[in-house]
Write a protein that binds this ligand. Structure first.
Ligand SMILES: C[S@@+](CC[C@H](N)C(=O)[O-])C[C@H]1O[C@@H](n2cnc3c(N)ncnc32)[C@H](O)[C@@H]1O
Length: 385
C-alpha cells in the first residue's frame, strides 16, 4: 500500500450512527442510482458517528446534501484516507467507470450468473468495441469479478446457445482454472453439477421455490420428466413427503442427480432413472406399465419441446392430475399462446384441460419470447380396459 496515498485527506460525510439506515435509504432514493460514495475508501467509525467516504466529483452530491440536511444532523469533514482492502463497488458499472472510457460502459454485460465457485458471463453487447480491444475489455471485467466475489475461482464466457438433447452450451474459459464441476446451494438444498456437461440455470431459483412451496398431498406420486441434476425434484422432496420418479437422458446429469439425492436430507423420496422418457410409452417398458395412469403430478421442464412429450404425460397421469408445463412463446400474447398450445396437445393425447391453476411469465427468454410456466389441472379422457 502507498503510504503517501494513505496520509492524504479526503471528504467524509459525518452522521450519527443511529441515522445510518435512514441515510442509506435516502441515498438510494435521491442519488438516483449514481453513487455519491467512494468505494475505494472505508467507512470510518468515531464514537457514536459514522463517516462515509464521499466521491469528490459526484454531480448529484450538492443537491443530495441539501436534502440530507433537512432530514438529519450531518456534516462534511476532512479525514485521512483509509482505503478498503477490496473496493466496495455495488455494481459492475460502478467499478468499471474508473477503468473504461465512457462509450465502453454501454458494452458491459447487464448481468452474470454465479454457480458455486464459477461465474458465467455473456458479452453480448461488445460490437461497439474495436476488435483489438475486446480481449482487454473482457479481461478487465473478469479480473474485477474474481476480486469482487472472493469464492469464485473460474470465469467462463457463454460461447453459443443452449442446444442439443442434453440442453448444453459451449463455455470458454476467461480466467482461473478450467474446472467446470461445482457445488451450488439453492433454497436450502445442495447441488453438485458440471456447468459444461449438465444443464443448470440459477435464474430459475424463484420458480423452483414457487413449485416446492405449493401444497402437496401426503404420499403424492410425482414424475419429473426432465430432471437434470434434480433441482425441482430435490427441492420438492426436501419439503414434502412425496415420491418422485426423476428422469434424465443425459448420463452425466443422472449421475449428479444420484449424488444430489444423497447430499440432501429429504422428507420425501426421489427415485432417479437414466432413460429417454419416450421409452415409457413403449409396450415393452415394465416401468411404463407400472406407472401407467398412476401419477398425481408431472413436471415438464423442457420448454423448447415439452408439447412433444404430452403423449408421455397423458399416458402417466391419473384420471385427474396436475401438470407443470414450461414453454417458450412469443410476445405479446405469450401466456395465452402457451395455454392454447397446451389445450391442443392435451386433446391430441387423450386428455383435456380442467382448470388453469396458474400461468405466468417466468422470465424473458429472448428479445421476442418469454419462458412461460403453466400449472394445470387435467383430466384423462381415455377409458381404461
Ligand atoms: C431444460 S433441462 C431441465 C433440467 C432441470 N429440470 C433443471 O431445472 O435444471 C432439460 C433436461 O431434459 C433432459 N432431456 C431431454 N430430452 C429428454 C428425454 N427424451 N428423456 C429424458 N430426459 C430428457 C436433458 O438432458 C436436460 O437435462
Amino acid at each position: 500500500m502507498n503510504n503517501n496515498r494513505e496520509r492524504e485527506t479526503s471528504s467524509y460525510l459525518k452522521i450519527l450512527k443511529a441515522d445510518g439506515e435512514k441515510f442509506l435509504k435516502l441515498m438510494r432514493q435521491h442519488a438516483r442510482g449514481k453513487s455519491i460514495l467512494d468505494p475505494t475508501r472505508k467507512v470510518l467509525r468515531e464514537e457514536n458517528h459514522l463517516l462515509f467516504p464521499l466521491k469528490n466529483d459526484s454531480p448529484v452530491l450538492p443537491l443530495f446534501l441539501q436534502k440530507l440536511e433537512k432530514a438529519m444532523l450531518c456534516q462534511v469533514v476532512k479525514r485521512e484516507n483509509v482505503f478498503a482492502d477490496r473496493p466496495q463497488f455495488r455494481t459492475l458499472k460502478e467499478a468499471m467507470e474508473q477503468v473504461f472510457p465512457v462509450p465502453y460502459m454501454e458494452s458491459l454485460p447487464r448481468s452474470y450468473d454465479i454457480i458455486g465457485s464459477i461465474i458465467i458471463i455473456e458479452f453480448d453487447r461488445i460490437e461497439n468495441i474495436a476488435p483489438r480491444d475486446r480481449e482487454w475489455f473482457k479481461q478487465e471485467v473478469t479480473k474485477f469479478l474474481i476480486q469482487k466475489h472472493g469464492k469464485v475461482e473460474t470465469v467462463y464466457e457463454k460461447a453459443g446457445k443452449v442446444e442439443g438433447t442434453y440442453r448444453l452450451r459451449n463455455l470458454n474459459l476467461l480466467l482461473g482454472k478450467d474446472a467446470s464441476e461445482t457445488l451450488y446451494k439453492e433454497n436450502g438444498c445442495f447441488f453438485k453439477l458440471d456447468v459444461k456437461k449438465t444443464y443448470f440455470n440459477p435464474r430459475l431459483n424463484h420458480e423452483r421455490k414457487r413449485i416446492a412451496s405449493l401444497p402437496y398431498k401426503r404420499n403424492e406420486l410425482i414424475v419429473d420428466l426432465f430432471a437434470g441434476v434434480g433441482p425441482f425434484s430435490i427441492q420438492i422432496a426436501k419439503n414434502h413427503e412425496v415420491t418422485i420418479h426423476a428422469f434424465d437422458i443425459n448420463p452425466v446429469a443422472h449421475d449428479y442427480l444420484k449424488q444430489n439425492i444423497q447430499l440432501n436430507s429429504l422428507k420425501g423420496t426421489v427415485i432417479p432413472h437414466h432413460l429417454n422418457v419416450k421409452e415409457l410409452i413403449l409396450r415393452k417398458s415394465s416401468l411404463g406399465t407400472a406407472l401407467y395412469h398412476k401419477i398425481d403430478r408431472i413436471l415438464m421442464n423442457l420448454p423448447e419441446k415439452s408439447l412433444e412429450f404430452m403423449d408421455v404425460a397423458c399416458f402417466l397421469i391419473k384420471k385427474e392430475g396436475i401438470i407443470h408445463d414450461y414453454q417458450i412463446c412469443e410476445r405479446p400474447h405469450s401466456v395465452q399462446e402457451a395455454i392454447e398450445n397446451l389445450k391442443i396437445a392435451l386433446v391430441r393425447n387423450g386428455c383435456s384441460l380442467k382448470k388453469i391453476l396458474n400461468s405466468r411469465i417466468v422470465k424473458h427468454y429472448s428479445p421476442k419470447a418469454d419462458l412461460i410456466a403453466i400449472d394445470a389441472s387435467i383430466k384423462s379422457t381415455i377409458q381404461d380396459g
